[in-house]
Design a protein around this ligand. Structure first.
Ligand SMILES: Cc1ncc(COP(=O)(O)O)c(C=O)c1O
Length: 474
């Protein structure tokens, strides 16, 4: 083959890849017009025939289509695969309404916030620790943290995890992130390309759904029940769809509060190893139990590096410090570190040091013990006030939310509109559903408002819902 022909072949492939890259990155979306042949040839400094050849092949491969005399357009990305019962692919579009939109509405009764009442958090102790940190590290604000996170903090967390779960762990296996939200985001960037398949629990944490959708993932759902998953279903999906990863929140799951039992955890790791599917275990609520400690995290059953474990400490220590840690295999860590350095070059050192000194104190344990009692009382108040309804839920043993099934005729979106008029917010089920359905389900958080407001607010809320059932009654 002559050099000129080889070169031409190489250039045309470059044009092809360039267009695909921009489509995959969602810079050019479905039905967007591609640049004209003349334009792209000029932009890329190649012959027009080279661009034309690339466009023709893109068309042949079903990536673009032609409109008469008008040019080339981006093709719809996915052909629906309907040959497998109960499977629904979800498009890569980000949901229109976000949880953060609801949380920003100024209301008196915030049942949408899966956050702990600031009055229950150890605010006044933090000023002591801020002082202590500046005494110990006078230059703490004059320097970056390492990208991986403060070594002293990673050492301390390593000892904590070893004490808790008796597993082998080294401080080098940990990455400190700015909250678990950032960890999920970094993981999606590191491991997901547009159209990669991922497994998700249904329902699931709504921001995680948005993050993976924004990355262009095709989400396949596995229902989560009070007693865990249908593992046969999980296996059949792993086998058939070869998902890149399974994002799960198996302990006091958000939004349901369910906990996956220990025997399923072990089996899940075996399946994930067998089908080479990463498990992302998001464990933001592990310590927020009412009586019995939950089963050990799934990562403790992992021996080969299949599980990526994310533990956030934001909820019950300080959402504002934004401290979470990821425990993972060195190969995963390598990718995460490069994403983390691009994102922020390391979490703020001051926050890490304040957290470190509080976390390793006796006060932390005392705080958690009191907090568990306070949250259990709030959960019981909410349940008492809801007892008069015919709504259904499984009482959780930990976490911050009730996941409630309203009678079928309810539209949680309509109920939300009416509730906000009465200064009450909650999360409609659709936002927690990767399939954007579950419209007669709602998530009510009992953790954010105080006991008095909780009673008042839930009473009001039940009244608002009563007015929608039947529609004419109010
Ligand atoms: C399951 C789950 N993961 C992650 C997060 C984000 O928490 P963080 O404050 O650690 O970013 C939340 C917050 O609601 C959550 O419920």
């Amino acid at each position: 083959m002559s050099k000129a022909i080889q070169n031409e072949g190489y250039l045309f492939k470059q044009v092809y890849d360039y267009v695909m890259h921009r489509i995959e990155r969602k810079e050019w979306n479905e039905h967007d017009k591609l640049p004209s042949v003349r334009q792209l040839a000029a932009d890329m400094n190649v012959h027009r025939l080279t661009v034309l050849k690339a466009y023709k092949l893109l068309k042949q491969d079903g990536k673009v289509y032609v409109k008469d005399k008008s040019g080339y357009y981006v093709q719809t990305s996915m052909k629906e695969n309907n040959d497998f019962e109960n499977i629904q692919y979800v498009s890569a579009n980000v949901q229109k309404k976000h949880l953060s939109d609801i949380n920003q509405v100024p209301v008196s009764y915030h049942f949408s916030q899966a956050l702990i009442d600031p009055n229950l958090l150890p605010n006044h102790y933090f000023s002591d620790y801020v002082k202590k940190v500046f005494d110990l590290y006078p230059k703490v604000l004059a320097t970056y943290s390492t990208v991986q996170g403060d070594e002293e903090l990673r050492e301390s967390l390593t000892h904590y995890f070893i004490n808790q779960y008796k597993t082998h762990l080294h401080a080098d296996d940990l990455l400190i992130t700015s909250g678990s939200q950032q960890a999920i985001h970094l993981l999606s960037q590191a491991f997901i390309k547009p159209r990669d398949t991922v497994l998700f629990e249904r329902p699931s944490y709504s921001a995680a759904i948005d993050i993976f959708r924004a990355q262009g993932a095709n989400i396949i759902t596995v229902d989560i029940h009070p007693d865990g998953y249908d593992l046969e279903q999980v296996e059949s999906y792993m086998k058939r769809y070869k998902p890149r990863l399974f994002y799960l929140n198996p302990t006091f799951h958000n939004p349901t509060g369910y906990t996956v039992p220990a025997d399923q955890r072990k089996k899940l790791v075996e399946l994930a190893e067998q089908y080479r599917c990463l498990l992302i275990e998001d464990d933001a609520y592990h310590d927020i139990y009412f009586k019995e400690t939950p089963p050990p995290p799934i990562y403790t059953y992992d021996t080969v590096g299949t599980v990526i474990y994310i533990r956030s400490f934001c909820k019950y220590i300080s959402p504002g410090l934004r401290i979470a840690t990821v425990i993972c295999h060195s190969s995963v860590l390598k990718s995460l570190l490069s994403m983390k350095s691009l994102a922020d070059n390391g979490s703020p050192l001051l926050n890490q040091k304040i957290f470190l000194h509080y976390f390793s104190s006796l006060r932390m344990q005392q705080h958690l013990e009191k907090l568990r009692i306070a949250l259990q009382i709030r959960k019981e108040i909410m349940e008492e006030e809801l007892a008069a309804t015919n709504w259904q839920w499984t009482s959780p043993h930990g976490g911050l939310n009730l996941w409630i099934k309203l009678p079928d005729h309810f539209s949680s979106e309509l109920l939300l509109t009416k509730s906000i008029q009465q200064s009450i917010s909650f999360v409609p089920g659709q936002l927690c559903d990767p399939l954007n359905q579950l419209s007669s389900w709602i998530r009510l958080s009992y953790s954010y408002v105080n006991e008095k407001q909780l009673r008042e607010g839930v009473r009001r809320f039940v009244d608002v819902a009563g007015c929608l059932s039947p529609p004419e009654s109010c």
